[in-house]
Design a protein around this ligand. Structure first.
Ligand code: SAM
Length: 277
């Protein structure tokens, strides 16, 4: 963290909240790199989640036309007032990114502007925050976020690979995902127990497979991964509350061996099962 921000935090008597995932960036090279890669130009608006002391916000304000940063912890508002003094293109919105009406927020903050999202995410909301950004089809051109390295591996894994899970399939359905660079745990204050990585999601303009009811598809995906140690017919039967024979018949009709594991299935396989079940 810039000495300035550390000093301001101290002066405000700020204590870090573990529950809010408050690990603030202190490595000065990370924020400019994220801002340079997030896809924003002076024509863009940037939605930031959790500005903290504003280290990333300040860099985003340099590259973008406007930044709206949503911060849950009201204790940081006076801190941000000081660290972002002079950044006239930044609005701080106090609230919970999981609760706010994001469509209304983007329409109000960035009328007529293309919008990207860039954030050092609080780790405890990585999956729900990303799923909100993707599922609500907010029209974001690009989502560039720092997450724990293990989460990065899972979010960006190829569907059908050993690292894939329900969230891998969901991300792949809505976006193209890639890891950009790694960030060591020592880059944060306080230092977390694990390293991090910056990933980028590029939302698709249309789903990769047409004609599937999404709610049904995601029910099948969740059921398949819900009980990883169970054989797939048992997991589908338990997760979807259907007889095991029905699940076995659907797998056979989809051309899948009964011993297939959920992580080996492709999006096409899941779509076939969703259609059959
Ligand atoms: N951007 C800063 C940085 O890189 O140093 C802070 C990142 S820190 C990992 C996560 C930030 O998200 C904290 O400021 C925390 O208070 C905020 N936060 C936690 N939960 C949130 C939520 N549900 N909605 C909005 N902000 C949240």
């Amino acid at each position: 963290m810039q000495n300035n921000a550390t000093e301001i935090l101290r002066r405000h008597g700020f204590s870090f909240s573990k529950a809010l995932g408050q690990n603030f960036l202190i490595n000065p090279s990370v924020c400019p790199r994220m801002a340079a890669l997030c896809g924003a130009t002076k024509a863009h608006g940037v939605l930031e989640i959790g500005p903290g002391t504003g280290v990333l916000t300040r860099e985003l304000a340099r590259v973008a036309g406007k930044v709206a940063a949503v911060e849950l912890d009201s204790r940081l508002l006076p801190v941000l007032g000081e660290t972002l003094a002079g950044c006239d293109n930044v609005s701080i919105v106090q609230g919970d990114i999981l609760q706010l009406d994001l469509k209304a927020l983007l329409a109000a903050q960035f009328p007529g502007m293309p919008v990207v999202c860039c954030a050092n995410l609080p780790y405890y909301i990585t999956t729900p925050a990303l799923m909100r950004l993707l599922e609500e089809r907010l029209g974001l051109a690009c989502i560039t976020v720092m997450v724990q390295q293990e989460a990065a591996a899972r979010l960006c894994a190829p569907v059908g690979s050993r690292e894939s899970g329900a969230v891998t399939c969901a991300v792949a359905w809505f976006a193209e995902a890639a890891q950009l660079f790694k960030v060591s745990r020592g880059s944060f204050l306080p230092a977390p127990n694990v390293d991090s990585a910056v990933i980028q999601l590029r939302p698709r303009s249309a789903p990769p497979i047409a004609g599937i009811e999404e709610a049904r598809l995601f029910r099948v995906i969740r059921a398949a991964f819900g009980q990883r140690r169970k054989q797939l017919p048992n997991a589908l039967s338990a997760g979807l509350c259907i007889p095991k024979q029905t699940a076995q018949a659907a797998m056979q009709a989809a051309g899948l061996a009964q011993s297939t594991r959920a992580e080996a299935l492709t999006l096409q396989d899941f779509c076939a099962l969703a259609t059959l079940l």
